[in-house]
Design a protein around this ligand. Structure first.
Ligand code: URA
Length: 209
């Protein structure tokens, strides 16, 4: 699978295992998701452009590197994507945030849009779309279709978990969009859930089971 980055750092894998357990409380699930999002952001931002600025240390003037966080937009696919935002913003606090509201039609499993709000000047920005689960791929594909209308400089997709079906669908629709994930699980079931997975991510983040 080209253009798929599985983040196999032991800390990421350890926290993911704790999250998968059905007896993980809402509190610990949310905390672990924050920590995982923060760790995954290191990998996702690895190739972010840097610029040189002049600063003064206590001893002398030097030219030092900084990233321009404001050029980055984290786009959350509501509602589960919001669970990832906090961890990412804790390491890139200057990033802008966009939201896309899509719901999954329970019969067809296709994505229907109900909300779309992005920062201005999208053609100057690099976008990171976040959703914990890349399952059928329908929401991710619909979100990226819509985002491309605003012509951002680049788009990456970040999820916690995916499966071969989700990766194949997203890559077929958007081969230019790299996928970052902590794991590729075995398969999708008939209801569009990832197996072995971790259940309904939104319900587990917000305690709405
Ligand atoms: N969405 C979820 O929350 N979990 C899955 O397994 C698939 C889609």
């Amino acid at each position: 699978m080209s253009n798929v980055h599985v983040i196999d750092h032991p800390l990421v894998q350890h926290k993911l295992t704790l999250m998968r357990r059905k007896d993980a409380s809402t509190n610990s699930f949310r905390r672990l998701l924050n920590e995982l999002a923060l760790l995954m952001t290191y990998e996702v931002t690895r190739d972010m452009p840097m610029q040189d600025i002049e600063i003064e240390t206590p001893l002398e003037t030097m030219t030092a590197k900084v990233i321009d966080g404001k050029k980055l937009v984290f786009v959350s696919i509501l509602r589960a994507g919001n669970g990832i935002l906090e961890g990412m913003l804790s390491v890139v606090p200057g990033a802008r945030v966009g939201h896309i509201g899509l719901y999954r039609d329970p019969k067809t499993l296709t994505a229907v849009e109900y909300y779309f709000k992005m920062p201005s000047d999208m053609p100057e920005r690099d976008v990171v779309v976040v959703d914990p689960m890349l399952a059928t791929g329908n929401s991710a594909i619909a979100a990226i279709d819509r985002l491309k209308e605003s012509r951002p400089k680049s788009i990456k997709f970040v999820c916690l978990l995916t499966c071969p079906e989700g990766v194949a669908a997203l890559q077929r629709a958007h081969p230019d969009v790299p996928i970052y994930t902590a794991a590729i699980d075995r398969q999708l079931n008939d209801h569009g859930y990832i197996l072995p997975g971790l259940g309904d991510a939104g319900d587990r983040i917000f305690g709405t089971q």
